[in-house]
Structure formats: C-alpha cells, structure tokens
Design a protein around this ligand. Structure first.
Ligand code: ATP
Ligand code: MG
Length: 557
C-alpha cells in the first residue's frame, strides 16, 4: 500500500531535473556524486540529508557514489572523526563500494595544477599580508585594488612557488593567488588565495607539505580527478560557483563537473552545526558526541532512531533552494511510523508504586497471554506472570481524582491490561504522606481472554508482577534548546534546556525484558518508544533511552 508520506515525494526535485537534462543532452554519459565531509567533527542530521541525497541520486541513475574526506585543512582534522564518519555513513546504508578517497592524496596533483596556472599567467605569488589582502579586496560596492606583486614574471612566480613548497617562508609570508579580476562584482573572483604556507603536520601526509591548497581551489580539482558529474553542496557556496567553474576551465579538464547548491537542513529545538555541537561536548554539557539529546548521527543511533526513519525523514523534507527549519516533530513522526509494526509492545512501569490485590491468593502465580504487537500478529504472543503484588505507574492512582480521571481511585474499577478487572479499596502512606501501597480487589470472572464481557470499565492500566519484574534505568529526554526562548542567549552562548535529561533509576519491566540486547527497540505500552542504550548498558544494569513518546502533535497534510 502506498504510504501517505510517499505521495508528497513523487515529483522530481530540481536536482533530478538537472541530471536528467544533462544525460538527455549528452553532457555526461554517467552520473557520479560524492559526499565530501571535513573530518573535524561527527556527522549530524544535516549531513545525513546530504549523504542520502548524493547516494540516492547515484543509485537512481545507475551511477556511482564516492566517499571523500576533504582533509585539505590540517588544523582540526582527527583520525577519531574519520572513523566515526565512515561508521555513520555505513549505518545509514550509503555504499561507496571501493571508492573511499582522501583529498590529501591529491596534493601532488593540486600542486601541479597550481604550476599550470602560473605557467598560463593565471596565478602569482603575492607578498601582501592577510590584512593587506583583505584591504585591497574592496567591498560589495567598491572594486578591489591590484596587488603590487600581480605582475611578477612567470619565471619568478614558478621559482617563488617552489620555494614556498620547500619551506623557505614563514606562515603568512607568501601566498599563491589566482589572477582573475580585482573589479569583479563577485568578491570571490578578486584574485582569491589558492595556496598558503602552513607549517603544520597533516594527519595523512604528516610533514610532507608545508603549503596547503584553499578549499575553493582544491574542491573542483578533487571533483574532476574523481570524474564527479554533479557536485552537490549547500547554498552558501552559490557565490563561489564562478570560481569553481574558473578553476576547471583554466585547468582544461574535459567534461568538468557541475556544482549544484541546495538549502541546508535545519531542525527546530535541536542544535545542528558542528560548531555548537562541539561546544556542548567540550563544555561537558552533554555526554560526548553521541549524547542522545544531540542530532549527530551517532546520537540519533544511540537514542534509537533507525536508518529507515532517517531515510523517510529526508525524503519527506525533500530538497529545496530556500533555507528553512523543519519541525523536529517530523523526525519523531518518522520513527513512530517505522517502529509501529517492528517493535514489541511490552509493559514497563517507569515510576512505580505497589498495587496489592487483597483477595488474590498469596504465593499464586498465573500466566496471562498477550500479543507482542496487536497491529502485527506475526510478532506472536508471550506469557506474562500475574500475582497478588504488582507495580503500577504512580500517576495511575489518585486519592482524590479530578473529573474525567478514569484510572484507580478508591471505589473505582479499572482493567489491568491483559489481566483482570480490579476495584480500588484504598492506599497506605508513609509519615510524609507519600503513597507507598495501593490496595484493590479483583473479580476472578473478568480474566482477559475468558470471554467475560458483562460490564465496561473506562480505564485500562499497565502493570508488572512485583516478584518477577526486571529492574532498569530509563532516561527521558526533552529538547536541548528551547526554540521559543531563542537558541542563543544575548552573549552568543547556547540557551540550553536544563531539564533536557531525566534519569529514572528504578523502573520495573515485565520479565520478557530480561533477554533483550543492546540497541533493541520496544514500545513501552502507554509510555512511548524506547531503545536499549549501547553505551551504558552492562551485565545486570540495563539502560533504556526514550526515543519518542506515543503522542504526536505532527500530522502529514
Ligand atoms: P557544519 O555547518 O555543521 O559545520 P559543514 O558544512 O562544515 O557542516 P562539512 O564536513 O564541510 O560540514 O560538510 C560535508 C557536506 O555536508 C557538505 O557537502 C555540506 O554542504 C553538507 N552539509 C553540511 N551541513 C548540512 C546541512 N545542515 N544540511 C545539508 N547538508 C549539509
Ligand atoms: Mg565545513
């Protein structure tokens, strides 16, 4: 059956239209895309969109998808990030086959490309300082000024550039610039710097190089070397496209790739953007890059999101040219949809209080049968122990209930899910007035599945047997930032929500939970979808993360 959300995504997006036109007109005879992260942090939901978009296009047009680390900037790159990025992309299901590349492997070719530009009179070594270059560049309304070094001879430039490579200069002492047009209306075209001196060790090439190419020069070369056809990037690079095209034209690559920009994905109430996530991690406000409150891919996985739910989300969001924020509730909708038929629906009491059935025989245990997922009979049934002492949710009992409260209160009858009807008879309290035990009696005629149907009750509550319950820790999450109050404080720091994590130490779960594995998914009846935490769960200490509650404010039109 066609799902409702699929209807919205059937029409072709603008990138697909461009690709189809290019193939039809014979501009390219194949489709090749790439995902080019900088290994300077963990990937987040925005990157997931880019990965699935690039991979999806390659698959759709029987093309290839390359994985490439854009590691041309040696300062912030770390091997830890390389490993996490590959793990996350694999988990999402994007397959680069044998095409895993590092931009740093092309440094020699990039150097030669720069030499080629110099030989064509299209690049020169400039001695201006960074400040001077900025000053000479002009503004949006004023043209730039030409550097006094702009007209050095080709021979001199070749010699100086070689000496840059040999390490004869300090950082910032000299740069190589493209010779384009200092009066271009596009500031990116005003003789941009394409190589700089940086005496820094690189995670891949170690100390082989002390000059490094700038992104705008390196990226088109990387794409061309790999025979990329459609180089998809985000909107902020739109003004850089003329430079991308200039580099490819001057280097005379046949069949040059084409840059296409789309809008970044932003989500409400969460923090996307590596810079802010990094700050939360470094300030120890969260428990590492995979803290379930974050929207890094590692965090989403740990929280319990599935690759399928993220694919559905990305499809629903679509691609667009206009920046906008997507409601976080849409991501929640996708995981509920995905787990609805996959996750067992078992009973777990998060905030327990004891319920004693005074007329139930002491020491007796009987087993009641329950479907593992009433919407998916294939998931089979299980047997749940029922006995005189149970745990129920504290909020399912009230001594003095408000109107329309249909759960337990003195004199009221409710159904114990999969069990019997019970009538509340009262409660016990400690010296502080806290309720410690709720009492009730049961009607032996009303066993679930016995065909009993004589009277209706309005409330059904869940429970677990007190002697056979499995104990667990459960973590509930709220949004890490409160969108309504603004993501940022006036001083630019993050306005994070101090209640974003609630830890419930002593929750009681039905015995079926004794055998679960890390990363397994469940619906806790009435409480939401949960996942076994992969990091903090240990033998004898189970930890669950709430992925999402059951109620949704989000609907697809
Ligand atoms: P951030 O802005 O979070 O620091 P970035 O753009 O610096 O991310 P890169 O590693 O350079 O991160 O990005 C790799 C690829 O992912 C790029 O092609 C980039 O355009 C894309 N990308 C990054 N953020 C988003 C986003 N929010 N939505 C869609 N694509 C994104
Ligand atoms: Mg970046």
């Amino acid at each position: 059956m066609e799902k409702e959300w699929e209807k919205d995504v059937i029409s072709k997006n603008f990138i697909e239209q461009i690709i189809e036109k290019d193939i039809e007109e014979g501009i390219y005879d194949h489709v090749q895309t790439r995902f080019p992260p900088e290994p300077n942090g963990y990937l987040h939901i925005g990157h997931a969109k880019s990965i699935l978009l690039n991979y999806g296009l390659a698959k759709k047009y029987h093309g290839k998808f390359n994985m490439r680390f854009d590691d041309t900037n040696p300062t912030k790159e770390k091997v830890e990030f390389v490993d996490s990025i590959l793990k996350d992309i694999k988990w999402l299901g994007a397959d680069w086959e044998d095409r895993l590349f590092f931009a740093s492997d092309y440094f020699e070719q990039m150097y030669e490309a720069a030499v080629k530009l110099i030989k064509k009179g299209k690049a020169y070594v400039c001695d201006l300082t960074a400040e001077e270059i900025k000053e000479y560049r002009g503004t949006l309304t004023e043209p730039g000024k030409e550097s006094p070094y702009r007209n050095r001879s080709i021979e001199e430039n070749l010699e100086l550039f070689e000496k840059m490579r040999e390490g004869c200069y300090q950082d910032g002492e000299k740069v190589l610039r493209a010779k384009i047009d200092m009066s271009s209306p596009n500031i990116n075209m005003r003789d941009p710097v394409i190589y700089r001196v940086a005496h820094m060790e690189h995670h891949n090439t170690k100390d082989k190089w002390c000059i490094y190419p700038m992104y705008d020069f390196a990226h088109p070369i990387e794409d061309a070397i790999e025979h990329i056809t459609h180089s998809i990037c985000t909107l902020e690079f739109e003004d850089h496209r003329p430079l991308y095209d200039w580099v490819l034209k001057e280097l005379e690559y046949p069949n040059p790739p084409k840059q296409i920009e789309f809008a970044k994905l932003y989500l409400t109430n969460v923090v996307t953007g590596k810079r802010y996530i990094k700050k939360l991690v470094e300030d120890k406000i969260v428990d590492g890059w995979d803290d379930p409150r974050l929207v890094t891919i590692a965090a989403l996985r740990r929280r319990g999101f599935t690759p399928e739910s993220i694919q559905m989300f990305v499809d629903l969001v679509g691609v667009s040219k206009a920046n906008s924020s997507v409601d976080y509730a849409m991501l929640e909708y996708c995981i509920r949809e995905d787990l609805k038929l996959k996750a067992p629906r078992w009973m777990a009491v998060l905030n327990p209080v004891k319920l004693v059935i005074d007329n139930y025989p002491e020491g007796k245990i009987e087993y009641v049968e329950a479907s593992n997922n009433p919407e998916n009979e294939e998931m089979g049934i299980r047997k749940i122990p029922f006995e005189r002492e149970l745990y129920i949710e504290r909020e399912d009992f009230m001594e003095e209930p408000p109107k329309k409260y249909f759960r337990l209160f003195p004199g009221n009858e409710v159904r114990l899910m999969h069990g019997y009807f019970v009538t509340c008879t009262g409660c016990e309290k400690d010296e502080n007035g806290n309720i410690t035990v709720v009492h009730c009696t049961y009607d032996p005629e009303t066993k679930c599945g016995s065909g009993f149907n004589a009277r209706k009750v309005k409330g059904t509550i869940h429970w677990v047997s007190a002697s056979e319950a499995v104990e667990a820790e459960v973590r509930l999450y709220e949004n890490i930032v409160d969108e309504e109050k603004g993501k940022l404080n006036e001083d630019g720091t993050l306005n994070y929500n101090p209640n974003s994590l609630t830890v419930l130490k002593k929750c009681y779960l039905e015995p079926a939970f004794a055998d679960v594995k890390k990363a397994d998914h469940f619906q806790f009846v009435r409480n939401g979808y949960f996942c076994v935490d992969t990091k903090d769960t240990e033998e004898g200490h189970m930890v669950f993360n709430r992925i999402v509650s059951l109620k949704s404010s989000f609907t697809i039109k």
